[in-house]
Design a protein around this ligand. Structure first.
Ligand SMILES: *Cc1c(COP(=O)(O)O)cnc(C)c1O
Length: 394
């Protein structure tokens, strides 16, 4: 069992298991009233007691007590110095890009969330940032991609949707040796299973819309930094650009996060059974699930994470079958997104990864026969029955 030590924040100087810390957050409750559900401070501004005096809060773009509790909670879980909450995962990624200058080069996982690729290529390339897309599960390729302008290695692990696993420690070592920064999008495993900052990364990003929120009811995004120095830079960009997470959405995310541990355990257990079942289905060609011992990233994943997560991709033998499956699933919804209690199936080529050029997509394996499954907390027999009838196309 992992013991998390948090001595950074006042009120957080306890030693606890991660499951407990998720439930209790940072302050955990409202000190003034004792309210166990942390209050939603739905206020844009805060009254000052007098000139040069403040309650600690001035204006909610700068900080809001509800968002602050959430930010401290995610920082604590990821073992960072500071956390920042944003209106979406993409707002978090955008904020991080504000650290770089024209001419800077970034090495990026080639199998990447489509929206992140679009942000890099269609927005930030115009501002002079350069990106190389590399299979970051192959450490030699990462090393070769380094130039004297490389300022950052940005990875997802496991990747979306091909489930490739990058060795976070080895990548962080490369970054350190060239004075660059390692940023990990930790959306798929969350700090419950994987804590990149402990493995040497400088910064973690999340789409909190996914597992952290967990209920497909609100968007959110996070940045967590390891060191205070970086925190000040992110804080400046956050308050200047303003894509902050509002109080109510902060509360919803915090409420969702309390059950992260039991949700993920159940989702992972379901995913393992579904992955094994898919392997036996005669219409299925290949199953990509990190928890299968034959998966290329299985060993690294066991070394650096305490779980495999609940995302599965698979290819069917015939492309015609894809449409039937998407039309026939009932319990599993055909919808974008992932990580929530409801199981969702997506068609990456058409949905999440449509922004990625065809050649690049095909090179990494996103073809017209690939489906991605986000496994929820339903009874696994019902999920398997649903997939079974859909794949048969009855
Ligand atoms: C969804 C997702 C994002 C973007 O997050 P939003 O909350 O949708 O803006 C970024 N990275 C990964 C891995 C994602 O799955």
């Amino acid at each position: 069992m992992d013991i998390l030590q948090c001595d950074i924040y006042k009120g957080c100087d306890r030693y606890m298991h991660v499951e407990t810390e998720i439930v209790h957050g940072c302050k955990g409750f409202d000190e003034r009233t004792g309210a166990v559900s942390f209050p939603i401070y739905q206020s844009a501004t805060f009254r000052h007691p007098g000139p040069n005096r403040t309650t600690g809060y001035d204006y909610s773009r700068l900080q809001n007590p509800t968002r602050e509790e959430l930010e401290n909670t995610i920082a604590k879980l990821e073992k960072g110095s500071d956390g920042f909450a944003f209106a979406s995962g993409m707002a978090a990624v955008t904020t991080v890009l504000g650290l770089f200058s024209p001419g800077d080069h970034m090495i990026v996982s080639d199998d990447l969330y489509g929206g992140t690729y679009r942000l890099f290529e269609e927005v930030y390339r115009r501002y002079g940032l350069e990106f190389s897309y590399i299979d970051t599960s192959k450490i030699e390729l990462v090393r070769k991609a380094v130039t004297e302008k490389t300022k950052c290695i940005f990875i997802e692990t496991p990747t979306n949707p091909m489930m490739k696993v990058a060795d976070i420690k080895s990548i962080s070592d490369i970054s350190k040796s060239i004075g660059a920064m390692t940023i990990v999008d930790n959306t798929f495993l969350t700090p419950y299973y994987q804590r990149p900052l402990e493995l040497g990364a400088d910064m973690v990003i999340h789409s909190g819309t996914k597992y952290l929120g967990g209920h497909n009811d609100t968007l959110s995004g996070f940045v967590v930094v390891k060191e205070r120095e970086l925190a000040e830079k992110i804080k400046l960009i956050q308050k200047s650009t303003g894509a902050i997470l509002p109080p109510y959405d902060s509360w919803l995310t915090m409420r969702g996060m309390k059950t992260l541990g039991i949700r993920l355990d159940r989702q992972q257990q379901n995913a393992m059974e579904i992955a094994k079942w898919l392997k036996t289905n005669k219409h299925v060609e290949k199953v990509y699930y990190v928890g299968l011992p034959e998966h290329e990233g299985y060993e690294i994943s066991r070394k650096q994470a305490s779980g495999f997560g609940a995302m599965i991709s698979f290819t069917v033998k015939k492309a015609e079958l894809v449409e039937k499956i998407l039309e026939n699933v009932n319990i599993i919804y055909f919808a974008e997104s992932l990580g929530g209690v409801e199981s969702l199936i997506t068609y990456p080529m058409m949905q999440t990864h449509a922004a990625i050029p065809r050649e690049m997509r095909e090179k990494i394996g996103i073809n017209d026969r690939l489906l991605r499954l986000s496994v929820g907390i339903e009874a696994v027999e019902d999920l398997i029955n649903d997939l079974g009838q859909a794949i048969k196309g009855n």
